[in-house]
Ligand binder design. Sequence first.
Ligand SMILES: Nc1ncnc2c1ncn2[C@@H]1O[C@H](COP(=O)(O)OP(=O)(O)OP(=O)(O)O)[C@@H](O)[C@H]1O
Length: 319
Amino acid sequence: MALVEIKDLRIEYQTRSGNLSAVAGLNLNINEQESLGIVGESGCGKSTLGTAIMKLSPQNAKLTGQIIFEGKDILKLKSEDVRKIRGKDISMIFQDPMTSLNPIMRIRDHFFELFKVHYPKMTKEEMIKIASEALLSVGVDPSRLDNYPFEFSGGMRQRVMIAIAICLKPKLLIADEPTTSLDVVVQEQIMQVLKNLKKTKNMSIMLITHDMGIVAELAEKVAVMYAGWMVEYSTVLELYNKPLHPYTQLLLESIPNVKIDDMELKHIPGSLPDLKNPPKGCRFHPRCPFAKDICKKEEPPTVEIENRKVKCWLYGDKT
Ligand SMILES: Nc1ncnc2c1ncn2[C@@H]1O[C@H](COP(=O)(O)OP(=O)(O)OP(=O)(O)O)[C@@H](O)[C@H]1O
C-alpha cells in the first residue's frame, strides 16, 4: 500500500535570472515498508524532492501538485500540523550531519528537543531510555549522550543523526546522500546500519543518491531522475538487468567495473540542461544517443511496461 502518493508535483525556484524548473510533473508512490532509491546526477532535483516531502523547501520555491501522506496533502497542511509529522512520522538525514547537529548542544539535548515537540509530557527517564535505545540500534554507546557533536568522528556523527531520525519510529525515513561525505570504509558501515534498520524497523526508506551501487545494496524500487523528470521507475533487479531509458543505460555503464582492467569511470557525454530554459521536447534529447525527431519537439509520455514506468519516445506511440 502507498504510504506517500506524489501527484503531478512541480517545483520551481524563483531566481533573479528567471524561474528554474527543478521538479517538473512528478508522479510517484512510496509504498509502506519499502525502500525506494532516487538516483540521478547532481542537480537533477533529488534533494528538492526530499525537502518538499518534509515541507522544508526554501522560500523561493513554488510548489504545485500533491504530496499525500496518510490521506493528507502535506503541501496544504498548516505549519503546526507539519511540525506534528516532521521528526516523528517522517524524518530526514542529510549528507553532512554537522549542518543538522547544533555544535553547542549535547547529543542528549538534540533528542530531548525532539521529544518535547512531540511528547511534552514525557519524563526525563523515558527520554533517556528512548535515546539510549536509538543510539544502541545504530552502534553508538549510550554513554555518549553527554558528548558534543565535535567529539564524534564523521561516521559516528552520521550514526547519531540516524539515531535521532529513527528514535520516534518514523513511517518514512528520507536519507539524502547519507554516505557521500564519508570515506569508503565508514560508508560501508553506515550502509550496514541502514540495512539493519530496514530489517528491524517497519519503515519505508527513501534513499537519495547519485550512486547506483548504493541503491543496489539497500533498495527494492528505484526512480531515476533526469533534469526534474522521473525518467524510469522499476524494481532494482529489473532495472539492473534491463534498463529501459537511454539515460539509465548510460548511468549503469558509469558504475566502475570490478574487473581490474576496466576500472575507469565512464562519463555520460554532455551535461545537465539549464533548468531555467530546459530543452524543448525531451529534456534528455541533447545527450541521448537514440534521439529522433519527435524527441526534439514533444515531451515524451510516461509509458507503463509490466509495472515499470519509462518516460521516453522509444516506448511511446509516435515514431
Ligand atoms: N534555493 C534554490 N534556489 C534556486 N535554485 C535552486 C535552489 N535549490 C536548488 N536549486 C537548483 O535546483 C536544481 C535541482 O537541485 P537539487 O539540489 O534538488 O538537485 P540534486 O539532484 O539533489 O543535486 P545534488 O546531488 O547536487 O544535491 C539545481 O539546478 C539547483 O541548482
